[in-house]
Design a protein around this ligand. Sequence first.
Ligand code: DQA
Length: 144
Amino acid sequence: MIGIINGPNLNLLGRREPEIYGYESLDDINNWLLDHVAGLGENGMIFVQSNSEGEIVTALQEMGFDQAVTGIVINPGAYAHYSIAIRDAIAALPVPVIEVHLSNIHAREEFRHKSVTAGACLGMICGLGKMGYALAVETLLSSR
Ligand code: DQA
């Protein structure tokens, strides 16, 4: 079982600044990911999207401790740039977490260059669009 968490405003994918984030909805990306992962022999995925910091912290705790997932892929959205609470939640978990950003945060505004959450993660992928989620899931499954 793999957990996928998407943070604030990612529910608007497809309609939100499509020149940056593309024209696919979050459901499109999640369904594509399910197909991709089934090809790797893994069918179980839990998807959470939340616009609230506390709900993301709770989702991390539940996935990591109660649902005992193999690993978690998180796109914290803007929270990556300032949420110590999400960083601490990631650091507390007994399972690996990989951070993903659809856009290349280093090629954008300076305030996006720093991720405070990525340092608590196994790694971070940015700028590769939805492929980032697939590569992160493959990595988590390969370290099973
Ligand atoms: C994002 C990058 C963040 O800077 C931004 O706030 C987002 C989306 C990405 O996927 O590229 O909401 O996480």
